[in-house]
Write a protein that binds this ligand. Structure first.
Ligand code: NDP
Length: 322
């Protein structure tokens, strides 16, 4: 049986995301076949597509998706045909069907719409580990983050507010600023207003932590606005990667900490994955976490989805619907 999927034959621009026909895969031991309901589009796939991250060709991107289990491999213990599932750590999700190790999947609570469930695992669990593990946010902290209307930004802001932090964030348009404010951000400003805002809000002391997913364009400001012993969590490079820098600057800046984490290292055990998945989907089920899908694209238009993400045209989550 054949299916449609995206195939990338070499590194390049969004045009290398071509729709093709592949065989529907058969689940091996410990795996299930998932009929994809929707696939999350994430920056990592733009890094993979353009060659910043090495991949093997032909390549089908897509680690985040939701769907229904349609076939079970040998020794699958916790899932059955018909289960509604989602993952942030699958493979080949830009497709109608894909196989996944049972251990990578979480069950989607009944109260969460299956399509919406594709909008949550990667950016939701990222926001979870950033706030609970990379730097443990405490009530009363003042936190700076950027792109407050982005996929991570909207979820991160809501989780920061749950934890009792004051949130300073940025957005490039009025529409995005309104969304960031609606998510609970206390101060939403232009990028060139960050230093002055931190200065005002913290009486010149600086912020406890910065969550920086913009990278090249914001890194210097992020270091500058930290308080003594503050932490910079550099978790992405939407504007480009940060060049090498002199560690001595951390000493001069006030014994600062910089960390450069990735989600996979914070889903290291079944327990850890279940904890983060359970919290994030639990909050979505109770309505404590509002999940916004900004744009949906057909699978064939995956290139347009990448173009939109890379050119700052998106808000919230971008989904592909096969
Ligand atoms: P977003 O939805 O946040 O989109 C990126 C946003 O960044 C844009 O909408 C834009 O918002 C802002 N931006 C500022 N400068 C630029 C620029 N030069 N080019 C493009 N965008 C820019 O994306 P995601 O939520 O998917 O991802 C945000 C970041 O988080 C990415 O860097 C991604 O790699 C990272 N990430 C890291 C993970 C990890 O574990 N380390 C996991 C998941 C994501 P505005 O117009 O308002 O400025």
């Amino acid at each position: 049986m054949k299916q449609q999927s995206i195939l990338v034959s070499h590194a390049g621009g969004p045009e290398v995301l071509e729709l093709g026909e592949t065989k529907i895969p058969t689940p091996r031991e410990g795996q299930v076949l998932v009929k994809v309901e929707a696939t999350g589009v994430n920056f990592i796939e733009t890094y993979q597509r353009s060659g910043i991250y090495a991949v093997r060709y032909p390549f089908t991107p897509g680690s985040e998706f939701s769907g229904t289990v349609t076939q079970i491999g040998k020794n699958v213990r916790h899932l059955k045909v018909g289960d509604r599932v989602a993952t942030a750590s699958g493979e080949k999700g830009y497709a109608q069907y894909t196989v996944v190790n049972e251990s990578e999947l979480g069950k989607v609570p009944d109260k969460v719409d299956l399509r919406l469930a594709a909008a949550l695992p990667l950016q939701g669990m990222t926001s979870h580990y950033l706030t609970h593990s990379s730097y443990l946010v405490r009530s009363g902290d003042v936190i700076l983050t950027y792109a407050g209307a982005g996929g991570v930004g909207l979820l991160l802001t809501q989780i920061l507010k749950m934890k009792g932090a004051t949130v300073i964030t940025t957005a490039s348009t009025q529409e995005k600023k309104d969304l960031a404010r609606a998510a609970g951000a206390d101060h939403v400003v232009d990028y060139d207003q960050v230093e002055a805002t931190v200065d005002k809000v913290t009486n010149g002391v600086g912020v406890h932590a910065v969550y920086d997913g913009i990278g090249k364009d914001t890194f210097e400001t992020s270091l500058k606005v930290l308080k003594r012993r503050g932490t910079l969590v550099l978790f992405g490079g939407a504007s480009g990667q940060v060049p090498p820098f002199d560690l001595q600057r951390l000493n001069a800046g006030g014994s600062l900490t910089v960390t450069r984490p990735k989600l996979a290292d914070f889903l290291a055990t079944d327990e850890e994955r279940a904890w983060r998945f359970g919290d994030v989907f639990g909050w979505a089920a109770t309505g404590d976490l509002d999940v916004r899908v900004g744009q949906k694209f057909a699978l064939a238009d995956a290139g347009d989805a990448h173009r939109a993400l890379e050119s700052r045209k998106t808000t919230g989550k971008v989904l592909l619907v096969p």
